[in-house]
Ligand binder design. Structure first.
Ligand SMILES: O=C(O)C(=O)C[C@]1(C(=O)O)C=C[C@@H](O)C=C1
Length: 115
């Protein structure tokens, strides 16, 4: 036996050279690199979204429109839930995530309206 010995309790092969550990470490590193890229993309996309919503906030304040538009939100939620389902993402999570972002946007709109 060169790369593995037999586990005395289970009889299963156990790596004794550290090769498996290296493989796992490499795979984890590769996945984390992708996660870091995705997180960066999410941040950049959110930054662009907030640039748009800031403009919406100024437009709404200038025309005395209310910060929140529940009918628009209902349409966005229905749309995102369907997108999530098709993408095999939990639609409840997608809805929570959108509501979290919109709550922050409404806070920004209110700040702009007060200024
Ligand atoms: O579309 C608007 O009216 C916005 O103010 C943007 C936005 C959003 O972040 O998507 C935020 C608040 C509204 O209640 C609905 C949507």
């Amino acid at each position: 036996m060169t790369n593995s010995d037999s586990d005395t309790a289970t009889g299963t092969a156990v790596d004794t050279t550290g090769d498996a550990e290296d493989t796992v470490r490499a795979e984890l590193g590769r996945l984390r690199d992708s996660i870091d890229n995705i997180d960066a993309a999410v941040i950049h996309m959110l930054a662009e979204r907030f640039k748009c919503t800031q403009q919406v906030g100024h437009l709404k304040a200038a025309h005395k429109l209310p910060p929140a538009d529940p009918a628009r939100e209902a349409r966005q939620i229905a749309r995102l839930r369907e997108l999530a389902e098709n993408a095999k993402l939990d639609p409840a999570f997608a809805e929570k995530f959108l509501n979290f972002i919109i709550a922050e946007v409404i806070r920004h709109h209110e700040t702009i309206a007060r200024s």
